[in-house]
Write a protein that binds this ligand. Structure first.
Ligand SMILES: [Cu+2]
Length: 106
């Protein structure tokens, strides 16, 4: 089943009125993270929306090299994570090794 991105965006906007304006949505689309780089302040939450028709896995590798696993994100599902400590993070999908993004937290 094809999912229309504008509809997902609209549903997210309506479902999360309490979310801070500077929180971000990262799309998992065509087996890539979009955007591939975000710059945020500490404490910001990122929402990862799987807009593909395949599962994505998510792990966040922190500035200290430690990896935090967030598990499988099924098509249409969303995972949330926040970044409390400043530094450069890498978000990866173990299912698709080329699928990576960077998060700069200041
Ligand atoms: Cu993936």
């Amino acid at each position: 089943m094809k999912i229309c991105l504008p509809i997902i965006a609209l549903v997210l906007a309506l479902a999360a009125p309490a979310r801070a304006a500077d929180d971000w949505v990262v799309w998992e689309i065509k087996q890539a993270f979009d955007p591939g780089l975000v710059q945020i302040v500490a404490g910001t939450e990122l929402s990862f929306v799987n807009a593909d028709d395949v599962n994505h896995d998510m792990a966040v590798v922190g500035p200290d090299g430690a990896s935090t696993e967030h598990g499988m994100i099924k098509p249409g599902d969303t995972a949330h994570t926040s970044f409390a400590v400043a530094g450069l993070y890498t978000v990866i999908c173990h299912v698709h090794p080329r699928m990576k993004m960077k998060v700069t937290v200041r």
